[in-house]
Design a binder for this molecule. Structure first.
Ligand SMILES: Nc1nc2c(ncn2[C@@H]2O[C@H](COP(=O)(O)OP(=O)(O)OP(=O)(O)O)[C@@H](O)[C@H]2O)c(=O)[nH]1
Length: 196
């Protein structure tokens, strides 16, 4: 068993985006590569969990490319976390979504510093808003996730109510790191408009 594994969640349907968010380009690099760059120096191994149709396009030697387990394929971020945990062997999992291209290592370092074996998860909060897609989860949560999925409860927030969570607050200054690109409008507002 290794200690620390990274998970990039990339298998969403991008239904609010014009195209596949995983391949959207920011600073000349696809979003999925930003996420891999972020995790690679921090963990022992990285898994990227995506849809079947993405597997031929994702090219990065640094990661294991996985798809969702048959039992929960396409059932949301919880399915992605479950699918990586069930085929890997680690104590802790550092999770990032593919659509937060401004996330910084410094934020993840703060979460790592807060790791504590008496908790199930270490999760950031911005202005009291919980951000469960970026976080550290103990392997203990696998059984809880499995039960949630079996009960058709796919909400990450709902998962957190079942766990012992250490919340880590970040200030306003860091809120830009958590910006989520969901729509073409978000892409224009935060990327095209700024990059010119
Ligand atoms: N592996 C996997 N990842 C997922 C799944 N659903 C969402 N994700 C990822 O989880 C993160 C957050 O998901 P959403 O914001 O809902 O993104 P999305 O589902 O692609 O977008 P919408 O269809 O617009 O909701 C993104 O990084 C997605 O790629 C899934 O079923 N499996």
């Amino acid at each position: 068993m290794h200690r620390f594994h990274g998970i990039v969640l990339a298998g969403g349907s991008s239904s609010r985006f014009n195209g596949d968010k995983a391949f959207a380009i920011y600073q000349s690099k696809p979003f999925y590569q930003h996420a891999i760059d972020l995790l690679t120096p921090l963990v022992e191994q990285v898994s990227l969990v995506c849809r079947l149709d993405q597997t031929n396009v994702i090219a990065d030697q640094r990661v294991s490319v996985l798809t969702d387990d048959d039992r929960c394929r396409g059932e949301g971020p919880l399915a992605g976390i479950y699918s990586a945990m069930v085929v890997t062997d680690a104590q802790w999992y550092l999770v990032v979504p593919v659509d937060t291209p401004f996330m910084k290592k410094t934020i993840l370092h703060v979460l790592i510093e807060q790791m504590d074996p008496t908790y199930d998860a270490i999760i950031p909060c911005i202005d009291g808003r919980v951000q469960p897609l970026v976080g550290i989860y103990n392997i203990n949560v696998l059984a809880v996730i499995q039960k949630q999925l079996a009960d058709n409860k796919r909400s990450m927030h709902q998962l957190l109510t079942r766990l012992k969570v250490k919340y880590v607050s970040f200030g306003d200054k860091e809120s830009s790191c958590f910006v989520n690109i969901n729509s073409a409008d978000d892409f224009y507002r935060y990327i095209t408009n700024k990059e010119g």
